[in-house]
Design a protein around this ligand. Structure first.
Ligand SMILES: CC(C)(COP(=O)(O)OP(=O)(O)OC[C@H]1O[C@@H](n2cnc3c(N)ncnc32)[C@H](O)[C@@H]1OP(=O)(O)O)[C@@H](O)C(=O)NCCC(=O)NCCS
Length: 209
C-alpha cells in the first residue's frame, strides 16, 4: 500500500444513521455483533445529542473507526459544555502507518467546528494494547491529569494510570475538567473497552491506588 494509492482509495463514512452498517455501531471492527441493552440505551441517548461513529474504508475494506460525542453523552466523566470527547479510535494493525489514524482525527476536527477542543483518555501500564499514552500523544493529545487504579477482579494488584487527555482547538481554549472518582465505575457501553464494567458486577470495578 503506497501513500498515493492509500490516499486515493480511502474514504471515511459516518455510519451513525446508516442501517447497512448497524452492526458496526454495536461492535468494534472485529468481534461478534450483539445488540445489547446497555449499548442500545446509550445510543438512544447519545445519537440525538451529537454522537458519531465513522469508518475508514480502504479499497473496500473497513480498516479504521472513530467514535465521538459531546462530553455530556460521552463514555468518560468529562465536564464541559463545549468539548467533544473521542470515545474510541482504532486502526487495524495491518493498515497502520498510512496516516489513517490522523485522517480519522482530522475528519472529526473538521466536522466539529464549534467546539473548544477534544478530550479522550490514555492508559499507562495497562495489560492491554489499548489507549496507549504515546499513541494518543502522537495523535496530538496532551495529558492534563491522571489517576492510578487497579481492577478489582482482573490482573489483581496491577496498578495502571488513566490519563485525561486534551487537544484544544485554539491555543487559549479553557481546558475541561473531569470527575476522577467516576472513573472507578468503569464503562458499560462497550464490551471491548479496556475499562469495561461487566453488567453482573455491582459497585465500582476499579479501586484508586
Ligand atoms: C493510535 C492509532 C489510531 C494511530 O493510527 P495509525 O494509522 O497507525 O497512525 P498514523 O499513521 O495516523 O500516525 C499518527 C502519528 O503517529 C506516528 N506513529 C504511528 N505509529 C508509530 C510508531 N510505531 N512509532 C512511532 N510513531 C508512530 C506517526 O508517525 C504519526 O505522527 P506524525 O503525524 O508526527 O508523522 C492506532 O495505532 C491504533 O488504532 N491504536 C490502538 C488504539 C486503541 O487503543 N483503541 C482503543 C480500542 S478499545
Amino acid at each position: 500500500m503506497n501513500k498515493m494509492k492509500s490516499a486515493s482509495q480511502t474514504k471515511i463514512i459516518d455510519i451513525t444513521k446508516v442501517s447497512k452498517y448497524e452492526r458496526y455501531i454495536y461492535r468494534c471492527l472485529v468481534g461478534p455483533f450483539r445488540r445489547y441493552k446497555k449499548r442500545q440505551e446509550y445510543l438512544e441517548k447519545a445519537i440525538p445529542k451529537g454522537f458519531h461513529k465513522k469508518l475508514l474504508i480502504f479499497d473496500g475494506e473497513i480498516v479504521g473507526q472513530i467514535e465521538y460525542a459531546p462530553a455530556e453523552v460521552s463514555y468518560y466523566p468529562i465536564m464541559d459544555d463545549n468539548v467533544i470527547v473521542m470515545n474510541c479510535i482504532w486502526v487495524l494493525r495491518k493498515a497502520k502507518g498510512h496516516n489513517f489514524g490522523k485522517r480519522l482525527l482530522q475528519d472529526m476536527i473538521k466536522s466539529e467546528r464549534d467546539t473548544a477542543g477534544f478530550a479522550t483518555i490514555a492508559l499507562e501500564d495497562h495489560w492491554s494494547p489499548w489507549f496507549i499514552k504515546w499513541q494518543m500523544e502522537k495523535l496530538g493529545f496532551k495529558p492534563l491529569d491522571s489517576i492510578k487504579v487497579a481492577h478489582k477482579t482482573k490482573h489483581k494488584g496491577q496498578v495502571f494510570s488513566v490519563y485525561f487527555m486534551w487537544m484544544p482547538k485554539t491555543e487559549n481554549a479553557k481546558p475541561p475538567k473531569w470527575k476522577k472518582e467516576k472513573f472507578l465505575e468503569g464503562i458499560t457501553f462497550c464490551t471491548a473497552h479496556p475499562l469495561y464494567h461487566p453488567q453482573t458486577w455491582k459497585g465500582n470495578i476499579f479501586e484508586a491506588k
